[in-house]
Ligand binder design. Sequence first.
Ligand code: SF4
Length: 385
Amino acid sequence: MAGLYFHIPFCKRVCAYCDFFKEVGTARLQPLAEAMLRELEARRDYLGGEAVQTRYFGGGTPSLCPPEILGRLLDHAARIFDCSHVAETTLEANPDDLSPHYLDALRRIGIDRLSIGIQSFDDNCLRLMNRRHNAAEAAEAVRNARRAGFGNITVDLIFGVPGFGRETLRRSLEKALELDVQHISAYHLTIEPGTAFGRRMERGAFAPVDESVSEEEYALVHETLCNAGFEHYEVSNFARPGFRARHNAAYWHGVRYLGIGPAAHSFDGRERHWNVASVGDYIDGRPAESETLTACDRFNEYVMTRLRTAEGIDLDEVAARFGSQQAARVVRHAEGWIRAGGLRREGSRLAVPPRRMLVSDAVIEELFETQDDTQPSETEMLSYS
Ligand code: SF4
């Protein structure tokens, strides 16, 4: 089973924290769509005959795209790949694009999951982030989506915003729960160079929240959502039972995926490909670049993605895929973290406790394979399980 991703890189305006690849305005939407159709043709063999299970429109702001264009991309993909087993088709959307008319059209072309970029239900916080919508519009967008028949809605929220503490965050979480969404992604704000926040930080007019605030707010997100019946299944992701994001999970599980559009990434099980991050060069047909993953890359990617999930890593799987020496090395490096409570071992599984996932990077780095790793002794090789 494989995933199909479409990148729509247009936005109406730039949010203060955003360093994603995008351009302002939709003037080049039509030529971009034509180029994406050509790319689908050119990469018809990429998925090796595997059926597509999930489709995802990300951006940018895919909800700036007329449904006719989105539908053409889906239809064309269905002529090239086996899409008869598709289980999830997601569109990222900004709340102010989700009119009842637009939502009805999305349902007709086969979109069955909406990822709505709300970020906060606090108007001042939204203004600081330079978002296009206000809190009332965000709530109305979710209600409109439900009325249109969407039964699988996820909303994005951002926490760790300087100047907005636990109470603002609590109100946003409660509002999302009141709107009865099935999934919530909660991301910690990162202040990236080249963004409006980054420039303010360079001038000394803005600073990230303290680590203790980050951890407190993360704990608040975890407790509020888990108490409401959500599963905390990945560092930033919470779902009602049965509503985990399938497309994203495919990335974490090393499934093949094809990314169409500028700056889109693809993975064929062995090599990673990425398209040029330029709308003009993409339309002109600049080919994707690629790298072949070494065994070490594949192992480190496995550790990084799996330790961000509640399931964690499976030592039996590590032994089967990467060898029993690797599994023994993991056990050796994990011991200190298990004693310190940063890792939990249950049977063959090693996982970061969900409440501590926000600070899991140090654990992940500890388990990475590096050039200096020494070989374990024969006893250790035999004793990983
Ligand atoms: S809408 Fe999304 S992609 Fe566009 S600027 Fe805002 S955060 Fe970035």
